[in-house]
Every structure is written in structure tokens, then in C-alpha cells.
Design a protein around this ligand. Structure first.
Ligand code: AMP
Length: 400
């Protein structure tokens, strides 16, 4: 019987899962799927690695399944659908590990209550991430669970990169720059040496451009600065999030437009970014296909802000050896990559247009002073690797 690791990524309205088999570098995805629309019209679908549907269920309109119900269904599916595989551990994507967690952690009741303390720092994500951990701890306490954090990769940044220019009393409450998408950046940091060992050991900026977008400056595979700060609404504009904003705008919304905190939250997280600027869609594909002026305005602003951030992160690094595009837009949109690279010629970037259209992986010319890459990210695999490593360490301790 072979071992399997489940990876869970719980959002506000969905529970995504992947199942991995094997060991070390040979970890292989076997099944992935999700329960979505948890509170409106829940649907479950699971597909094997070839895309063949291996599980499907619908609960109908108006049914509220919630995270617990979704987890129940998933556990039953895994019990009956695992075949010859034995579930040895579950890895979870958790958005916030605060100042305390700079690496993944095996979760027990004590750790879970420590992670609960970070709910105020990420109220839109953390409670959903923790819900399946809590439920599984109650149902299967013997099953090892590992929390992997979006913030952890950035914890080693220099102090100056983490600080806001606020009074000490506020900073001491944990109001500082954390950075997110750390599991994606860690995966790229591990993958890049196989593409460009010299650059990977040098100064690299990774552009994680998806529905959520951010950028990370790395030296020798370690994060030294990132575009996201205290929350995942900072930095670049995103599908529906505004990115960096003059704090004076918030005061204006409060004082002049009489908006309250929840209204502002909705505006900044759900109604801004590509959607807000274009007035059309939060989806880059839809904008690239549209001939309406709003679509072009949104894409131009997105590319412009990426360019500004690239200059800023190159300054934090004191130079630039490589740039990596990843996530939905970064991996798939040759047009956006071209626009960004054209604007960044001053940094020594020379795009190989044919290679870019072909999808890379290298999309810069041989003469380019900075090598540029399009590399698919894999946050789930990163979580599976961490979970397996944690289980292996526990094994060593148990037998030592
Ligand atoms: P992610 O959050 O990483 O799944 O990325 C989602 C974003 O990637 C959406 O804005 C999609 O429109 C965008 N995307 C996916 N495929 C493409 C493509 N072929 N061209 C342009 N954008 C794409």
C-alpha cells in the first residue's frame, strides 16, 4: 500500500484539495478537485491527473453546505476513493503565520489557538483556512496535519523591509509588512536553479501575477522584499483588489463619502483592481479580448504599476540578474509579459519575442543583461513537500 498526502486550500466559498503520492522529488499529483459555492449551490468535482472525472456531486440551489459539510464529503470521498493508497498526512495552506512561524508547523490544539490569534490580521482568509484543520483535529486527531504559511517565506526579510514608519506602539502590535504568496515564491526559488543556476544564486524578482498579484525580490533564493505588506490588498492592482493606495484616500472615503469600514473593505477588495478600472471584468483574458477603452486602461495601469514595482524591488536588490513570470497571467499571457518587458528595457531586459509567444521557459535573448523566464508555479506541490518533510522528520524522531 502506498502513502498519500492531501493538500487543502480552504477559501471563503470553496474547499480545494489535491492528493499526492510518492516520496521526495518523486511526489506526484494523483487527484485534485474542489467543493465550490459552499453557501449557495454546492458542487463537488474531483479529477485524476489526466483530467478524467473521478467524483462528482451537486447539492442544488439554496443549500448551505459550509466548510464542515464540505470536509465531511471530502473525507468520505477520500476514504472510498483512495484505493491502494493510505492517507498519511494533510497539508493546509494558511495565509498568516504572524511573526512566530517562519516555517511550516505540525498543528495540535495549542498551535491552532496560536494561529487563531492571527485572525484579526487576515479576517477574510485565516478563519476559512483554519476551519478544516479544526474539524479534522476533532474527527481524526491521530492524522498529522501541517500548516504551511503564505507569510513564512518572507519572515527572513531585513527589518527595514518589514517596517512601516509608524509609532513603535503600533508596530509592536504586529502592524508591519508580512508579504504573501510565499509558497509560490518558495516553489520558484526551488525550481529556478534548474533553469538558471547562476541567476538563482543572484538577484531575482519574481512576478506572481494571478487573480491575486504580488512581486518578490530574492537574493540567493531568499525573500528580501515584497510588494504586499500588512495585508494581501497592498502592492499591485489585482483582479478586484486595488493594491497600494494613499492612506489619505481611506480618510476621504470615511470623512467625505461617509463610508464605513465594511463598505471600504468591499470597495478595496471586491470592486477595485482590473474590475474597477475597466468596469468590465476582473479576468485578464476577458480584458485582453475586449476592444473597449476601459479594458486597455486597466491593462495599462496593471503593467505600469508592475514596472514601478520592478524598479523599486531592483533598487532593494541593488541590481537585477533575472526576472520570473508566474501564476495565471504571468504563465499564460505573452501580451502582458511583452508589455512589462518593453517598459523594463532600461533595466537591461531584452525580450525574445518568438520565445515569449512560444511560452518560454526562457523569454529573453542571449544578449539580454537580465534573463527572463516564464515558469509555472505549484503551491500545492510545495505544501505536499513540506508536509512530507515534516512527517519524515517525525518518523526519524520516533525511531531515533
Ligand atoms: P490565477 O489566480 O493564478 O489562477 O490566475 C487567474 C488569472 O489568470 C485570470 O485573470 C485569468 O484571466 C488569467 N489567465 C489565465 N489564462 C490566461 C491566458 N491564457 N491569457 C491571459 N490571462 C490568463
Amino acid at each position: 500500500m502506498s502513502d498519500a498526502i492531501a493538500v487543502l486550500n480552504a477559501g471563503s466559498s470553496s474547499l480545494k484539495f489535491s492528493l499526492f503520492a510518492g516520496h521526495g522529488d518523486a511526489l506526484e499529483l494523483t487527484v485534485r478537485g474542489q467543493v465550490e459555492a459552499l453557501h449557495t449551490a454546492p458542487r463537488f468535482v474531483a479529477k485524476d491527473r489526466h483530467g478524467k472525472i473521478v467524483g462528482e456531486e451537486s447539492w442544488g440551489d439554496g443549500v448551505k453546505l459550509g466548510h464542515d459539510g464540505a470536509l465531511d464529503h471530502l473525507v468520505t470521498f477520500l476514504r472510498t476513493g483512495l484505493g491502494e493508497q493510505l492517507l498519511t498526512g494533510v497539508g493546509h495552506r494558511v495565509v498568516h503565520g504572524g511573526l512566530e512561524y517562519s516555517r511550516p508547523v505540525r498543528v495540535d490544539a495549542k498551535v491552532l489557538s496560536a494561529l487563531d490569534r492571527y485572525v484579526p490580521l487576515a479576517p477574510l482568509h485565516q478563519p476559512h483556512n483554519l476551519a478544516p484543520i479544526r474539524a479534522l483535529l476533532g474527527r481524526a486527531p491521530e492524522l498529522p496535519q501541517v500548516a504551511c504559511f503564505d507569510t513564512a517565506f518572507h519572515r527572513a526579510q531585513p527589518e527595514v523591509a518589514q517596517a512601516f514608519a509608524l509609532p513603535r506602539s503600533i508596530t509592536d502590535r504586529g502592524v508591519r509588512r508580512y508579504g504573501f504568496h510565499g509558497l509560490s515564491y518558495e516553489y520558484i526559488a526551488q525550481a529556478l536553479p534548474t533553469y538558471d543556476a547562476k541567476a538563482a544564486a543572484g538577484r531575482v524578482v519574481v512576478l506572481h501575477l494571478g487573480n491575486g498579484s504580488s512581486m518578490c525580490a530574492m537574493t540567493n533564493g531568499r525573500s528580501v522584499a515584497s510588494s504586499m505588506g500588512f495585508t494581501a490588498v497592498d502592492g499591485l492592482p489585482m483582479g478586484t483588489r486595488c493594491g497600494s493606495l494613499d492612506p489619505g484616500v481611506i480618510l476621504y472615503l470615511l470623512d467625505e463619502l461617509k463610508m464605513d469600514a465594511r463598505g471600504i473593505e468591499k470597495l478595496l477588495y471586491q470592486q477595485s483592481g482590473l474590475l474597477g478600472v475597466s468596469g468590465i471584468s476582473s479576468d485578464m483574458r476577458a480584458l485582453l479580448e475586449s476592444d473597449q477603452p476601459g479594458a486597455k486602461a486597466a491593462i495599462d495601469l496593471y503593467a505600469y504599476r508592475i514596472g514601478r514595482e520592478l524598479g523599486s524591488l531592483a533598487a532593494a536588490l541593488g541590481g537585477l540578474d533575472a526576472v520570473v513570470f508566474t501564476a495565471g497571467i504571468g504563465e499564460n499571457s505573452a501580451a502582458l509579459r511583452e508589455q512589462v518587458c518593453r517598459n523594463a528595457r532600461w533595466l537591461g531586459i531584452e525580450l525574445d519575442e518568438a520565445a515569449n509567444v512560444a511560452g518560454g521557459p526562457r523569454i529573453s535573448t542571449g544578449a539580454s543583461g537580465v534573463s527572463v523566464w516564464a515558469i509555472p508555479t505549484n503551491e500545492e506541490l510545495m505544501i505536499a513537500r513540506h508536509t512530507l518533510a515534516m512527517l519524515d522528520r517525525a518518523d526519524v524522531r520516533a525511531s531515533g
